[in-house]
Design a binder for this molecule. Structure first.
Ligand code: ZN
Length: 124
């Protein structure tokens, strides 16, 4: 913790105070510390810390896709409706043959710990 003397009124501030409590002069030590914190903490991990996790389960999504991927059920669950409809239609048009896409999709969802739902939130 560093003490900093206000150049305006002489009040001693520490680096946890953003502004002088007497005259409102910005504390340069405070802004420096905050710049360092922002620089050191990468955007991705700060996103995770602020709790942008999906309320949906990735395991449930992966298993649904594994068993019903040909119908796009897992993708409907995760909110990727476009992909889900494409899987459903392709399976119908290929008489079920394209169901393998949904099956592989399910495996990829299960192994991908960074899998996100349609809102970009990580599914745990
Ligand atoms: Zn001051």
């Amino acid at each position: 913790m560093n003490n900093y003397e206000c150049p305006n009124c002489g009040n001693v501030m520490n680096d946890t105070e953003e502004k002088c409590r007497y005259c409102g002069t910005t504390n340069p030590t405070y802004s420096l510390v905050n710049k360092m914190i922002k620089h050191v903490v990468p955007v991705e991990s700060s996103n995770q810390n602020s709790g942008v996790y999906s309320s949906k389960s990735r395991i449930a999504c992966g298993l649904l896709q594994l068993f019903f991927g040909g119908l796009g059920i897992g993708r409907f669950y995760s909110g990727h409706t476009g992909v889900a409809v494409a899987q459903l239609l392709l399976t119908i048009f290929t008489c079920g043959f394209a169901g393998i896409w949904g099956f592989i999709d399910g495996i990829l969802i299960l192994v991908n710990t960074k899998f996100t739902d349609s809102e970009g939130k990580i599914m745990k």
